[in-house]
Every structure is written in structure tokens, then in C-alpha cells.
Design a protein around this ligand. Sequence first.
Ligand code: HEC
Length: 268
Amino acid sequence: MFKKLGIALVVAGAVVAFAHSQEVPSDFQLLWAIFAVIGAMVFILLDAKPLARLSGGKSFFAVVAFWIFIVTVCIAGASLLPQFNPEDEREKITKLLEKQRAASQQGKADELIARAKALDEQVKALEDRLKGLGGSQAATATPPPAGGKSPAATSGGGGAAGDVMKVGEEQWQLQECYNCHKLRGEGGKKRGPELDNIGTLLTVEEIQEKIANPKSFMAEGYDKEWNKGVMPDKFKDLMDPKEMLALATWLGTFKNTSVNTPKPIKKK
Ligand code: HEC
């Protein structure tokens, strides 16, 4: 009997070790070990000496008593084991889901608020600029250009062209293109190409198209050097067409052929 109990313990140990290696939950490991021991007990019972023969009412009581004993042992044993309650699990899952749902709704709301703020600031900036433009136009319009050059042209790159350049550079800063692109040796965390020679490679319209729809042109080597598609597709919502044109015009003036701006490749 002790030999069989010993074998049972070895088997139980082996089963638990195996279950452990397969990352079976610990409750089930315990259950499997118990099965091994119960199995051994069956073998021990088979070997047990037969009871003295009972007959009549005695045998009936013996059977009933045995039945009550077994049932009590089973119920008591089972109630000692860890219990599984599907309701518990359901509660846990609902809680997890609720948290996620709340988080994603909060995230969306935050994003919308941030976007509204950004748009608001742009509207303000635009209004200021419109005021400025109105002012300067009024100023340049009052003295009639008597015979030839306007004052704006004589002052060298000033006037409307100068304003466009200013707006373009401002947009470069506002939209934080410098986060990914180096220009004039400034900015860029190596996420996107240096743009100092972009004016040689793309026309102003093409630069505009690239900003509005980043997938329209892809820099040579975009699939290796620059992680595919990381240029965000949001600028057409953040800039109005005039601002984008200004930015493209300004970028178009960068024709520094000593900088290795990768070749933009037109996508369908
Ligand atoms: C999150 C990073 C990121 C931001 C922000 C970003 N870009 Fe880019 N841009 C890239 C990457 C990466 C590439 C190269 C892959 C490709 O062509 O899409 C690229 C390519 C370009 C190109 C083509 C370069 C070439 O040689 O083909 C232009 C032009 C450009 N970006 C302009 C801009 C402008 C203007 C802004 C701001 C309005 C901007 N980018 C903002 C990542 C960015």
C-alpha cells in the first residue's frame, strides 16, 4: 500500500511538473494532482482485504452508510477546491471593457478639443494677418505708382512676395514640420529627409500636393530609411489653401544642391 501511495505521489509530482511547464493554471495543476492520488486510492482499494460477508438488514445499512460517506467526502472535497463562478469572470470583463471604453471616449474628446483649439488659433492668426494685409495694401495703394515701379518692388522682395515667404516660414514653424525634417541644418530627428534641396526636385504645386496628400509623392528610400507613411495626413485640415501655398512657395526656394534631399517619386 505504501509502495502504491509512493508511486501515486511520484505520478502526481510528474503531472504537476508537466502542467507547470505548459503554463496550466495552478488550480488545474492541483486538480490533476488530486486525480493522480484518487487513482492510486482506487488501486489500493482493489488490493484491500475483502470485508466480512454481510447479509440482510446489515448489508443494506452498510451500503447506505458507505454511500453517505462517499458523497460527503466528494462534496466536502469539491467544496475545498477553488470555485469557478462565471458571474465573477463576467464582472471582471465588463469592468475592463468599461475602463477601455471610457478611456477611448476621453481620448476622442481630448483630440477634438485640441483640434478645435488649434483651429481657433489659426483663425486668430489669419485674422491678424488679414488686418495686416489690408493695412499694407492700403498703404501701398494710396501713392499711385507714378510711371513704373511700385514702392513694394523697389524695396527689394518686400510687399506681397515677402509676406508669402513670411507666412510660409511661419507655417513651417506652426505645423512643426521641423520635428521630422531638417532645414538649414536645424530640426529633424531623422524621421524625414532633409529638405534643403527640395526646390530643385519639386515644383511649388508638387510640394503643395505632397503636403496636402503625403502619399502623392514618396521620397526615394521611404520604405527603408523613412518608416513607411510616417508623414502625417493632417495638414490639409490644419492649413488653409493660401497658407499651404505660402509654405510650398517658401520651400520651393530651397535649392541647395549640396544637401542630399532624396528624390520624390510620384505615386499614382
Ligand atoms: C511625423 C514626421 C513628419 C512630419 C511632421 C512632416 N513630415 Fe514631411 N516627410 C516625412 C517623411 C518620413 C518623409 C519621407 C517619406 C515620404 O516621402 O513620405 C517626408 C517627406 C516630405 C517631403 C518630400 C521629400 C522628398 O525628398 O521626397 C516634403 C516636401 C515634406 N515631407 C514636407 C513636409 C512639410 C512641409 C511638413 C509640415 C507641414 C512635413 N513634411 C511634416 C515625415 C514628416
